[in-house]
Write a new protein. Structure first.
Length: 408
């Protein structure tokens, strides 16, 4: 089924409308009924929370914020898109002493886009308290970081390699940094980052609060915990791994049929914004070109792009400049764009962890979303394995998908 010009304009030419936020799933509504005021937060912090539009704490925020405010070490598991960033950002902001110009909190994340997003949340939440935060990641100017660190900075959000470089050269003074957050810790403790994170911890004060956040809890975290996190408070809200609001389907087809199937979906679905995942940089660029040839506005993003181009694409997509983004797994970690209601795995992933993070880009913070997986004969084993490991069911795609499953 070919898409009409009207369909093409509806998908790609205009900015994405704001997503209806009236309906939310149990992932964020199944709370104890606490309020942010009940945590004993300062007036300035409460004003920041109000400005962010947070009405009441989500389950992970209810569980985490009081424990974090007590200074306890935390290992927290919660689904993607349920409010983990605010769970640690709010206690950090509450505990910062703005009369001191030293770095007092460090947030490590595995991806540059996630670092930018997290820093924006901290800046917004902390603006009434006049919290000074900065982003420091690879791919950006070291000179700019040096200049910024010569001024007052209370919170640094960054990727491990850049932070270790600055700290080991004593450009970043972590001598009074008593709070460490590892967000998406399963990735931070993978083989790519583990030794770097350990070196950063050794540089920091011996007495500090460490908070770990992730959706999954691999063996690497258990080993790390025994060495670096004494007496942690475990918080586990992961009885189910996949978000309640995300409906999952698969389309069984041949490789040569994928583009036609994607075109059909574009014409039939009520897409607010969509992220389409491929398994390689080359596939991302090729698919984005094909989608543009079909007449749709489309961006693409991957790790081999210059950082300034990645920043621009991320900003423009989040602002709704286009409704379609083709990406590698660069974009699976913590990227929080509420208007994304459809995720399409053009190439099916091999690992359940990757699948979980990909589909978690839709259905953010209790909203509804749709995950559609293109499955070839070669993917069948991985499909069954992922269903089994995540205790979830991915159903065959119906002829017509009920819009109420992903648009309310």
């Amino acid at each position: 089924m070919e898409s009409s010009t009207a369909d093409q304009q509806q998908l790609g030419a205009s900015k994405a409308p704001p997503k209806d936020t009236r309906f939310k799933t149990e992932d964020v509504t199944n709370t104890k009924g606490l309020t942010f005021q009940s945590f004993g937060l300062s007036k300035e912090v409460l004003l920041g929370i109000h400005d962010m539009g947070f009405d009441a704490p989500s389950p992970i925020q209810e569980e985490t914020i009081p424990v974090a405010l007590e200074g306890r070490n935390i290992i927290a598991r919660a689904k993607n898109g349920t409010g983990k960033t605010a769970s640690y950002s709010i206690p950090i902001i509450q505990k910062i002493d703005t009369s001191r110009s030293k770095v007092q909190a460090l947030v490590l994340v595995p991806a540059r886009e996630l670092a930018m997003q997290t820093s924006l949340v901290i800046k917004e939440l902390g603006k009434h308290k006049k919290i000074e935060s900065m982003v420091s990641t690879g791919g950006t100017s070291v000179r700019e970081d040096i200049i910024r660190l010569s001024q007052t900075v209370h919170v640094v959000v960054g990727t491990p390699g850049r932070i270790l470089d600055l700290a080991s050269k004593e450009v970043a003074d972590l001598s009074e940094c008593k709070i460490l957050v590892l967000d998406e810790v399963d990735k931070l403790l993978s083989i790519d980052f583990r030794s770097i994170v350990a070196q950063i911890i050794e540089i920091m004060p011996k007495e500090k609060q460490v908070m770990l956040f992730s959706a999954t809890y691999p063996q690497e975290i258990k080993d790390f915990q025994s060495k670096y996190i004494p007496a942690p408070q475990f918080i586990n809200l992961m009885e189910e791994l996949t978000l309640k609001g995300v409906t999952q389907y698969y389309a069984y087809l041949e490789e040569r049929e994928k583009l036609h199937c994607l075109n059909t979906l574009f014409s039939k679905l009520d897409i607010n914004q969509a992220i389409i995942f491929c398994n390689s940089v080359k596939r991302v660029e090729l698919l984005a070109k094909k989608i543009s040839q079909l007449g749709y506005s489309c961006f693409y993003i991957h790790s081999k792009m210059d950082q300034k181009d990645r920043n621009r694409i991320y900003h423009d997509f989040k602002s709704g400049e286009t409704r379609c983004l083709v990406s590698t797994d660069l974009f699976t970690r913590g990227i929080d764009i509420m208007s994304v209601n459809v995720v399409i795995n053009f190439d099916f992933p091999k690992y359940s962890e990757t699948y979980l993070h990909r589909i978690g880009r839709s259905g953010r913070f209790g909203h509804l979303g749709l995950a559609i997986n293109f499955i070839t004969e070669d993917d069948k084993h991985d499909l069954f394995k992922i269903e089994d490991e995540l205790h979830t069911k991915i159903n065959p795609i119906p002829q017509d998908i009920d819009k109420n499953l992903y648009t309310i």
